[in-house]
Design a protein around this ligand. Structure first.
Ligand code: NI
Length: 278
């Protein structure tokens, strides 16, 4: 496991950009619009702060949420809220670091045995191909799939759970990074971020509305639809949804402090950013 937060997040970010080229473009566009207080080219690039990242897994013991969380706990993260997504058959926890400038982490796990026997057995067969020690490697959280999967298995999983199919194809990596709108300088509203993205030709996830949540629940979120990238299956290559970029604006609670948790109803819709859009 990594011993520094920065090394872990740099690994996750570089791996994420490989299959999410639009995130790199958006990162640059937002930095340019938001030049505000920054003076040098380098400062501008670093001025974007992440609100959170999200990771996915299966609830099978050898690879469950706890195995992913251990990598964040090793660099000082502590458990925050607990979330349930009944329709998508997911459980999730969020983690946060004592340093509030470090990104929060949202980890979900698919309750495999709630799928049909057929789909569950496909997933068990994938996970059985993994080396038991893989989950402890420094780079585990951005190591991709540890199994051979056929396009037929992918499509079979897709019939029941988009999440299961995505995991089978992409394995371990950040599902999305999230820009903290609160930390931008001249851009102050999530709606403004959305307008800039649309003007630049990016497609937003409109499930549940372009902006999920809002001031009333102390968190507003929007996201792009996932990019597409090539996955080599055991029998063929397919161009399928990879990862997306998210944007979050947090509002103060009654006590005046910014809300640091997540909103299940909004996250439920954000999961759909990896659905095929066309
Ligand atoms: Ni998110």
């Amino acid at each position: 496991m990594h011993s520094s937060v920065d090394a872990l997040f740099n690994g996750l970010w570089e791996n994420y950009l490989e299959v999410t080229p639009s995130a790199k473009k958006i990162h640059r566009i937002l930095s340019e619009y938001d030049q505000g207080e920054a003076t040098s080219q380098d400062n501008r690039f670093d001025a974007i702060v992440n609100d959170h990242i999200a990771l996915r897994t299966f609830d099978i013991e050898s690879v469950n949420l706890d195995k992913l969380a251990a990598h964040f706990k090793a660099v000082g993260y502590e458990q925050g809220g607990e979330y349930d997504f009944a329709a998508k058959k997911l459980s999730a926890l969020h983690f946060q670091h004592p340093d509030p400038e470090q990104p929060k982490v949202f980890i979900s796990e698919l309750r495999v045995n709630e799928l049909s026997k057929d789909a569950a057995s496909i997933i068990h067969r994938l996970v059985e191909q993994m080396d038991a020690s893989a989950v402890k490697a420094d780079n585990f959280l951005y190591s991709g799939p540890h199994w051979q999967v056929s396009s037929q298995q992918y499509y079979r999983l897709l019939e029941e759970s988009e999440y299961a199919a995505w995991m089978a194809a992409w394995g371990y990596r950040a599902n999305h990074f999230t820009v903290s709108v609160n930390h931008l300088h001249s851009i102050t509203e999530l709606a403004e971020v959305n307008r800039i993205l649309k003007e630049n030709g990016f497609e937003l996830n409109t499930s549940g509305g372009e902006i999920k949540g809002g001031k009333d629940v102390c968190l507003a979120q929007s996201s792009t639809m996932a990019d597409k990238a090539i996955v080599k299956f055991s029998d063929t290559e397919l161009n399928i949804p990879s990862c997306f970029y998210e944007f979050a604006q947090r509002y103060p609670m009654q006590n005046g402090e910014l809300y640091q948790g997540f909103v299940a109803a909004s996250a439920d819709k954000i999961f759909e950013s990896t659905n095929s859009s066309a």
